[in-house]
Design a binder for this molecule. Structure first.
Ligand code: AMP
Length: 119
């Protein structure tokens, strides 16, 4: 289930370069091109879903979030803490319409606005 016009499908398939952090048969994790934090990794399912509410089967949803802990370990933020963000739709400023989990960390964040992963 790949979309020809989807940049994250192409990254998952290795057709566009990325700095990979982790991959398995279900997901690929790679560094965000414009990091907002010292640690800013994206996790995507290999199959295309527009967003988190796009009917992702439970097994694949589980695999997507199972990868969060693996990425946190690989990036060294499990102990210090990190934030997980899944922007969905226009109001949340989702810019790439292939569901992705942002893993953000590596510095102290504000706690005022949960939508802003700012240091
Ligand atoms: P969102 O605003 O939640 O849709 O986040 C999309 C994220 O994808 C942004 O943080 C972008 O910096 C990131 N991004 C876009 N294109 C690429 C790319 N080719 N490689 C890595 N990250 C990308």
């Amino acid at each position: 289930m790949q979309r020809d016009d989807c940049i994250f499908c192409k990254i998952a398939a290795g057709e566009i370069p990325s700095t990979k952090v982790y991959e398995d048969d279900a997901v690929v994790a790679f560094e965000d091109l414009s990091p907002m934090m010292p640690v800013h990794t994206l996790i995507v399912p290999r199959n295309h879903y527009d967003n988190i509410a796009d009917g992702i089967p439970v097994e694949e949803m589980g695999r997507l979030f199972e990868a969060v802990g693996k990425v946190a370990d690989l990036k060294g933020v499990r102990e210090s803490g990190f934030r997980v963000v899944v922007n969905t739709g226009d109001d949340a400023c989702q810019s790439v319409h292939h569901v992705h989990v942002h893993v953000l960390g590596g510095a102290q964040m504000n706690d005022g606005d949960p939508s802003l992963p700012q240091a």
